[in-house]
Design a protein around this ligand. Structure first.
Ligand code: PLP
Length: 381
């Protein structure tokens, strides 16, 4: 008998299926609103000028070879990546309390973080709380690593904003020491982020309940154009001593999607604790990938560690974020001033990042209260 007869046919990934269909479509004005990747004014992928420059430097460097990297990655890359997210003067860095490991982009960081928690977290009830909605892959990654997923209220379709009171209630009602996944900035797919004050309230409850913050940071700098501002929530949680880890990706903010360059940073209470955590992350990484890929790590190490390249990168980030912000303003202007579309469309400019929940007109237009594009999204990553 056929060995894999009982293997059911899985449906294709909807976003990547759409991309394949888009590629074969011959319509001259086709636009792909599915995949979460930046496009320039000609709807083309954009290779950052600073990445081109760094690539050239690597090509001309006679010391570059194709040997294996250490299991936990290129040390000068992971150290610079940690400084980028926590801030170079962060006490957790000075005290050497961060266990940092290079990962297969943000997805690999989520996976390794989930696998580590699955094996080593002091669980009350083994479960992760994901925002409703969230990046679809979160729902696959955690169960795959043996952690069942539950959801907490996040998006309120009534206000096309944050369901803040319900979010706080969920934090209060979860068993002590629960793990909550939080999007560091530019929430995918809603584009709705808590305000600083709301983040503060979330941190208060998390501390009171002993919860753990699993930060997913896929858009630092890409959201507002400001690397520091987009790291605010993570740094505020660190400042308040909320126990946490951070999954970091350079797919979007450096346009290195296919290079698969990311990092997992786990903050420990002590230097010795960080060393124990890192030793176990190394064991997990060894069994899965042995060693991470070198090229993206070398590129990011150059860009993060060279002052001139770093400044240039910040300019490239402002170019991308600026264009996204301008697109929001233009859509808002077209809907309101030009097309005089009934209702309030301010959420289009208030949301942040690449993703947009269109929502429905809030004041009742000619369609009545419940008609319109509800929860339509402009991309899902
Ligand atoms: N996390 C979130 C919230 C995302 O939106 C994405 C990409 O869309 C990722 C993680 C992972 O991206 P990558 O694995 O390409 O770094």
């Amino acid at each position: 008998p056929e060995r894999f007869e009982a293997t059911p046919l899985a449906p294709p990934d909807s976003i990547f299926k759409l991309t394949a269909a888009y590629k074969t479509d011959t319509h001259p004005n086709k636009i792909n609103l599915g995949v979460g990747a930046y496009r320039d004014d000609d709807s083309k992928p954009w290779v950052l000028p600073v990445v081109k420059k760094a690539t050239q430097l690597l090509l001309n460097d006679p010391t570059v070879d194709h040997e294996y990297l250490p299991i936990t990655g290129l040390p000068e890359y992971t150290a610079a990546a940690a400084r980028l997210v926590f801030g170079k003067d962060s006490p957790v860095i000075a005290e050497e309390r961060v266990a940092s490991v290079q990962t297969i982009s943000g997805t690999g960081a989520n996976h390794l973080g989930a696998l580590f928690l699955s094996k080593f977290y002091g669980w009350n009830e083994k479960r992760v709380y994901l925002s409703d909605p969230t990046w679809v892959n979160h729902h696959a990654i955690f169960p795959q690593a043996g952690i069942p997923a539950a959801t907490y209220p996040y998006y309120d379709p009534q206000t096309i904003g944050l369901a803040f009171p319900a979010f706080i209630d969920a934090l209060k009602n979860a068993p002590p020491r629960s793990v909550f996944l939080l999007h560091a900035c530019a929430h995918n797919p809603t584009g709705v982020d808590p305000t600083h004050e709301q983040w503060g309230a979330v941190a208060d409850v998390m501390l009171a309940k002993g919860h753990y913050a699993f930060f997913d940071s896929a858009y630092q700098g890409f959201a507002s154009g400001d690397l520091e501002g987009d790291a605010w929530a993570v740094r505020e949680f660190v400042r308040r001593n909320v126990p946490l880890l951070v999954c970091q990706s350079f797919a979007k903010n450096a346009g290195l999607y296919g290079e698969r360059i990311g990092a997992l940073h786990i903050v420990a209470p002590s230097k010795e604790g960080a060393a124990r955590i890192k030793s176990q992350l190394s064991v997990l990484a060894r069994a899965e990938i042995s060693n991470p890929p070198a090229h993206g790590a070398r590129l990011m190490s150059l860009i993060l560690n060279d002052e001139e390249l770093f400044e240039e990168w910040k300019g490239d980030i402002r170019t991308m974020a600026g264009r996204i912000i301008d697109m929001r303003k233009e859509l808002h202007r077209l809907l309101t001033e030009e097309l005089k579309t009934p209702g309030n469309w301010d959420h289009i400019v208030n949301q942040i990042g690449m993703f947009r929940y269109v929502g429905r007109a809030r004041s009742h237009g000619p369609w009545g209260p419940d008609v319109g594009v509800s929860g339509g999204r402009a991309g899902v990553g």
